[in-house]
Design a protein around this ligand. Structure first.
Ligand SMILES: Nc1ncnc2c1ncn2[C@@H]1O[C@H](COP(=O)(O)OP(=O)(O)OP(=O)(O)O)[C@@H](O)[C@H]1O
Length: 311
């Protein structure tokens, strides 16, 4: 068990169901979101992940209960929300710093931002390593830049619970990796609880402290290493996915995902032996890891971490 697993729950879903007409979207969901942890919600398209988040933020009616701290009457955590999409008029003449100050600015924006508001916006942008975006127009931002700004806006609420719906979708791999890194650093620094939907299984395996596997009902829940197993992922997605090479065995003959043991006909002879822990099934040869959660490089290059990758 990780320390996040040991933590008291920030949120508990208790026998939650959602029905739209004849369509049962979520069935009898019981799951916990550990306080201070990074919980990632994974599952195929249409599994009900967004719907569960919308229940949590009060946008979709449900039966069952959602309990703060897992008990009746506990105070509801201050919420930050990063949506899956934000429809924005590309021609809107609104600067990033102004967008981040909208809620607090009482005087008209055309009079300019007060020094305090500008400093706050800069602080928030620095937090998501996007200080260089301060004077850019919202409508000019790339998808990855916009998502960083939305994260800055959510962090501006000083959330106790930060809810994110595929915030890194459509961002290139480096940008996505950076997004998770920024989020992880902010969570550790400010101690909020994070609940995020993501389709990036290797990054979820790398950064999550807790995982909920969802496909209408909860299929598995727990720390990523014991939850994102090949068997669970096969059940969820209908295809074999191996995130942890040492969990692949002779029963899983071909795993291009992590370079697990291949059948005798498959491995090209010029591959060097793999550094994969675990037992090598008799008659099968190892292949090197081709990029799994465990083999992800530990650090991002400095220029990317500092937010210079987008010019
Ligand atoms: N307002 C609605 N009325 C009827 N059905 C809906 C409504 N909203 C969502 N659904 C259905 O509920 C199911 C779950 O949708 P949801 O958006 O929660 O899935 P998801 O897991 O977030 O999917 P994705 O990974 O594609 O974003 C889908 O089949 C969807 O069509």
């Amino acid at each position: 068990m990780t320390s996040a697993e040991d933590a008291a729950p920030a949120i508990v879903f208790e026998r939650l169901s959602v029905r739209r007409g004849r369509n049962e979207i979520l069935e009898d969901i019981s799951a916990a979101v550990p306080r201070g942890g990074s919980t990632v919600l994974v599952g195929p398209n249409g599994a009900g992940k967004t719907t569960l988040l919308l229940c949590l933020i009060g946008e979709v009616p449900y039966t069952g209960r959602i309990l703060a701290e897992g008990r009746d009457g506990a105070p509801w955590p201050r919420l930050g929300y990063v949506p899956q999409q934000l429809q924005m008029d590309g021609g809107l003449p609104l600067l990033v710093s102004e967008f981040l100050s909208l809620e607090r600015q009482r005087r008209p924006l055309w009079l300019g931002l007060k020094a305090g508001a500008r400093a706050r916006a800069r602080r928030l942008l620095d937090l998501v390593r996007a200080g260089h975006l301060e004077n850019r127009r919202m409508g000019d931002l790339s998808g990855g830049e916009l998502r960083r700004v939305l994260l800055a806006a959510a962090l501006g609420h000083e959330p106790e619970l930060l809810v994110l719906d595929e915030p890194e979708a459509g961002v290139d791999f480096q940008g996505e990796r950076l997004f998770w890194e920024v989020l992880d650093t902010a969570r550790r620094e400010y101690g909020f609880t994070q609940l995020m939907v993501s389709h990036n299984l290797p990054l979820a395996a790398h950064y999550a402290t807790h995982v909920i596997c969802l496909n209408k009902s909860v299929r598995a829940e727990g720390p990523p290493r014991t939850t994102l197993t090949a068997a669970t992922l096969l059940d969820l997605f209908g295809v074999p996915i191996h995130l942890y090479p040492d969990q692949c065995g002779g029963a899983d003959p071909a795993c291009p995902q992590c370079g697990a043991w291949f059948g005798p006909d498959h491995p090209p002879s010029d591959h060097p032996p793999a550094q994969i822990p675990g037992r090598q099934p008799e008659g099968l040869k190892p292949l090197p890891c081709q990029g799994c959660a465990l083999h992800m490089p530990a650090a991002l290059p400095e220029n990317i971490v500092r937010g210079k990758s987008h010019g």
